[in-house]
Design a protein around this ligand. Structure first.
Ligand SMILES: CC(C)(COP(=O)(O)OP(=O)(O)OC[C@H]1O[C@@H](n2cnc3c(N)ncnc32)[C@H](O)[C@@H]1OP(=O)(O)O)[C@@H](O)C(=O)NCCC(=O)NCCS
Length: 176
């Protein structure tokens, strides 16, 4: 499934305008209550600073960054964390799957996930790992696209407005 009104591509560099738009997507997701490492209220300054660090990681080859854009600009993104211990060169962590609320429920999350899996395969990776809030929108997406559930960790993280939530760990074997 692809999201027809969006372009999805893997970026090697980020300019200031793209960093600002990615910050806008992160702000929208945190404001909407998504548990993605940040607490409310998240300031634009902190969001921009997060994406500047991501841009440095992309430039250093430590991360692969996939970005989706619609007519209004960046509307979704996902990352592969490629920098792993030397005994795990075959795997990456999938992180920061974010779709702006304006672009949800049109297949963009699925398109980003497939693009991340393709990027991992192109790089010769054979295993992806992620964690997601137990029973949330993202967990359903990963299970629908064939990710296998390892188990739940109760009380793993705080929701952005406070209150502990359980996390579910998933993996995807790219040989299949
Ligand atoms: C999780 C997230 C990335 C999903 O993004 P999305 O673009 O809405 O994902 P999709 O459109 O592929 O799928 C979402 C739903 O829309 C449905 N859908 C997809 N295309 C559709 C269409 N054309 N018409 C109607 N429904 C559609 C899917 O079946 C799915 O349904 P479900 O939630 O009942 O299972 C998004 O909700 C998000 O960014 N959440 C906040 C951040 C977050 O929690 N990230 C995860 C970190 S682990």
């Amino acid at each position: 499934m692809t999201a027809p009104a969006c372009s999805v591509q893997c970026l090697d560099t980020l300019d200031d305008a793209q960093i600002d738009e990615l910050a806008g997507v992160l702000l929208d997701c945190v404001e909407g209550g998504a548990s993605v490492s940040f607490m409310q209220p998240l300031t634009r300054e902190r969001a921009v600073s997060f994406w500047r660090r991501v841009a440095d990681g992309v430039a250093a080859g430590e991360r692969a960054l996939i970005v989706a854009a619609d007519a209004a600009g960046v509307c979704g993104t996902v990352q592969l964390v490629l920098a792993q211990p030397e005994n795990q060169p075959h795997r990456a962590d999938l992180a920061k799957m974010l779709v702006h609320r304006r672009a949800r429920r049109q297949g963009l999350g699925a398109a980003l996930l497939r693009a991340a899996e393709s990027t991992a395969r192109e790089r010769g990776l054979t295993l992806l790992v992620l964690d997601a809030v137990t029973g949330g929108d993202a967990a359903r997406l990963y299970e629908r696209l064939g990710w296998l559930r390892v188990g739940d960790i109760p009380g793993y993280a705080l929701m952005p407005q406070g209150g502990l939530c359980s996390t579910t760990v998933y993996y995807r074997n790219l040989h299949r």
